[in-house]
Design a binder for this molecule. Structure first.
Ligand code: SAM
Length: 222
């Protein structure tokens, strides 16, 4: 596997790949208030989306990180695949969680090593905004829609969010680095090209976060 498979900022990637970085990401969700809030909101939205989707046979969680959402996801399927580019994240995840009905794999979300339509539901949380070019963010989406047989649940940083608009001002006025965003209508267009329809898309928070969290389902004719 090369950096082409995981072209996020090198420092960030090295951090996720190190034991210290992976443990610290995990600890943040215990210790930091804003992480605990967003975790709670993400779980609430996931419960809402699973109430629509029902229980499925297989879920691919890529990137899984340390398995923050693994138990919730496993309660909605028979077989859960936990995959991440970082060996350290996958090992930490496996160490902390059960193995029954779960597989652990090192994989790139930009070239997913599974056949078309091989998992009922594919989920990708908190990766898109780390991918540094529009081309990579779109490639990532297309890979999710390729591997998903029925549903995709995905997060991205919205170009039209208040948080991004404020950032754009600071880009112009203070030379800040732009966010790695996607337009919501572009995400819907890519989904449609791949045979999927957006069922629901909710902002994580209206203020203070630009993340969108959406459920897509394959069209009957696709
Ligand atoms: C912010 S964490 C999110 C983890 C998990 N989805 C969550 O929400 O807790 C980003 C994860 O993406 C992984 N990652 C970065 N680039 C990747 C790639 N191209 N393919 C797969 N995983 C990648 C990192 O190792 C890290 O575990």
């Amino acid at each position: 596997m090369t950096n082409l498979h995981a072209p996020m900022g090198q420092t960030k990637l090295q951090n996720y790949n190190s034991t210290r970085g992976a443990e610290s990401y995990k600890a943040d969700y215990r210790n930091k208030l804003h992480r605990r809030w967003s975790d709670k909101r993400e779980r609430a939205l996931l419960h809402r989306y699973f109430a629509r989707v029902g229980k499925v046979d297989s879920i691919l969680d890529l990137p899984c990180g340390h398995g923050r959402l693994a138990d919730l996801l496993h309660s909605h399927c028979k077989r859960l695949t936990e995959a991440d580019w970082s060996f350290t994240m996958v090992s930490l995840n496996q160490r902390d969680h059960d193995v029954t009905g779960r597989h652990y794999v090192r994989a790139s979300a930009l070239e997913i090593p599974f056949p078309d339509r091989s998992h009922d539901l594919v989920l990708s949380f908190r990766l898109s905004h780390h991918l540094e070019t529009q081309e990579l963010r779109e490639r990532h989406l297309r890979e999710l829609f390729r591997v998903a047989d029925q549903h995709v649940i995905v997060t991205w940083f919205s170009a039209t969010s208040l948080k991004n608009m404020l950032r754009q001002l600071r880009v112009r006025l203070a030379g800040k680095k732009p966010k790695n965003v996607l337009r919501n209508d572009r995400v819907r267009a890519i989904a449609a090209e791949c045979g999927f329809t957006q069922v629901e898309a909710k902002p994580l928070f209206l203020i203070g976060s630009g993340h969108m969290l959406a459920l897509f389902t394959r069209r009957g004719d696709a």
